[in-house]
Design a protein around this ligand. Structure first.
Ligand code: G3I
Length: 303
C-alpha cells in the first residue's frame, strides 16, 4: 500500500509533517508519523525561546529528541527557525545596541546550526520578516529596528558558513498569491540576493489556507520564485475544513513546478493542529485518514 512519503518520492519529493516532542509517547501519533512521512519539522522545539532562553545558555533537549528519533527512523529534517520576531526570549527583544545584537544573532545561528550540522536538509534561516498589508517591506522587529534591513543578508551569510550543506530558506505566510504586495516584497529580496551573490537556496511558502484553499495564482508564484534560481517548498500546509479539492489544488501546483521539492503539513491529526477547531489536517482525531488524505495521495501520483 502506498503512503504520502513513498508517493512523493516517486517524483523525488519529500512529504513531511510538523512534530511536537510532547507527542512522541503517543503510539497512534508515531505510528502515522513513521508510516506516512519522510521529513520532519519541529513545531516549536528549535525556536529561540527554547534553544537559547538566556544569553549563551543553550537547551537542545527537546530538539534533540525529535532529530534523533527522525534520524533513526530514516526521516529527513527541516530546521525551523533561526531568526524570528516571535517566540523570541525577552533578553533578545530588549537589546538596543547593534553590535551586541549582531554578535548575539550570529552566535545563535552558528551554535544551533552546528549542533545539527549535516542532519538538516533545509533551514528556515529567517521566518516571517515581511509586513502584512500593502507596504511590501520588512515588519518592525528588534532585528530590523536595531540592525536595519541588512539583518537578513547577515543572517544568510552566517548560516552558509555554519552549515554549507544545508539549503537556506526564507519562510513566510501570505506569500502564496502572486498579486499580494507581501509576495512582491519577498520576490524582490530573493532577486536582489541572487543578483548580489547573497546565499539563499529556497523559499518556504507556509500555505496556511482558508477553506477555499490556495489562491488561483499559487502555481504562478511557485514558478516565478523558482525562475529566480531557488527551490520552493510548501512548509506548513493546513486548510480550514480540509476540502479534498483545496488540498488537490495545492499539491498539484507543487507537482507542476519542477523546483517545488517537497510539502510539509503542519501536524498529523486535527487534534494536533494549532487550528484544531478548523479540522485542517489529513487525519481525524482518531488518526483515521480523511478524504483530503486520499485526494493528496492521488495527486501525488498514487491511487
Ligand atoms: O509549552 C508551553 C507551556 O509550557 C505553557 O504552559 C503554555 C501556556 O501558554 O504554552 C506552551 O507553549 C505553547 C507552544 O505553542 C507549545 O504548545 C505556546 O503558548 C504557543 O504560543 C505555541 O504556539 C505555536 C505557535 O507557532 C507560536 O507562535 C504553535 O504550536 C505552532 O504551531 C505555531 O507555528 C507557527 C510556525 O512556527 C510559524 N508559522 C506560523 C505557525 C502557526 O502559528
Amino acid at each position: 500500500a502506498s503512503t504520502l512519503g513513498t508517493q512523493a518520492a516517486q517524483s523525488g519529493r519529500y512529504f513531511g509533517t510538523a512534530v511536537s516532542a510532547g507527542r512522541l509517547g503517543d503510539g497512534t501519533y508515531t505510528g502515522i508519523l513513521d508510516r506516512e512521512f519522510t521529513s520532519v519539522t519541529p513545531e516549536n522545539e528549535m525556536k529561540w525561546d527554547t534553544t537559547e532562553p538566556s544569553r549563551g545558555s543553550f537547551n537542545f533537549g527537546p530538539a534533540d529528541q525529535i532529530v534523533n528519533r527522525a534520524t533513526s527512523h530514516g526521516q529527513r529534517m527541516r530546521g525551523h527557525t533561526l531568526v524570528w520576531h516571535s517566540q523570541l526570549p525577552g533578553w533578545v527583544g530588549s537589546i538596543r545596541d547593534a553590535n551586541t545584537l549582531r554578535v548575539v544573532m550570529n552566535n545563535h545561528i552558528t551554535t544551533v546550526m552546528n549542533r545539527y550540522k549535516g542532519r538538516i536538509h533545509s533551514w528556515d534561516v529567517v521566518n516571517e520578516a515581511f509586513a502584512d498589508g500593502t507596504s511590501g517591506r520588512l515588519r518592525s522587529s528588534v532585528f530590523r529596528d536595531v540592525l536595519g534591513d541588512g539583518f537578513l543578508e547577515q543572517a544568510f551569510r552566517t548560516a552558509r558558513t555554519a552549515d554549507p550543506a544545508a539549503k537556506l530558506c526564507y519562510n513566510d505566510y501570505s506569500i502564496e498569491d502572486w498579486n499580494a504586495a507581501k509576495t512582491q516584497g519577498v520576490y524582490r529580496m530573493v532577486r536582489d540576493f541572487k543578483a548580489r551573490g547573497v546565499p539563499i537556496d529556497c523559499v518556504g511558502l507556509q500555505a496556511h489556507f482558508g477553506a477555499g484553499g490556495p489562491p488561483s495564482t499559487f502555481q504562478t508564484t511557485l514558478s516565478n520564485f523558482a525562475a529566480l534560481g531557488v527551490d520552493v517548498q510548501i512548509t506548513e500546509l493546513d486548510i480550514a475544513q480540509a476540502s479534498p479539492t483545496a488540498y488537490t489544488n495545492t499539491v498539484r501546483a507543487c507537482m507542476n513546478v519542477t523546483r517545488c521539492t517537497g510539502i510539509t503539513v503542519w501536524g498529523i491529526r486535527d487534534s494536533d493542529s494549532w487550528r484544531s477547531g478548523e479540522n485542517p489536517l489529513l487525519f481525524d482525531r482518531n488518526g483515521t485518514k480523511k478524504s483530503a488524505y486520499n485526494a493528496v495521495l492521488t495527486t501525488l501520483g498514487g491511487t
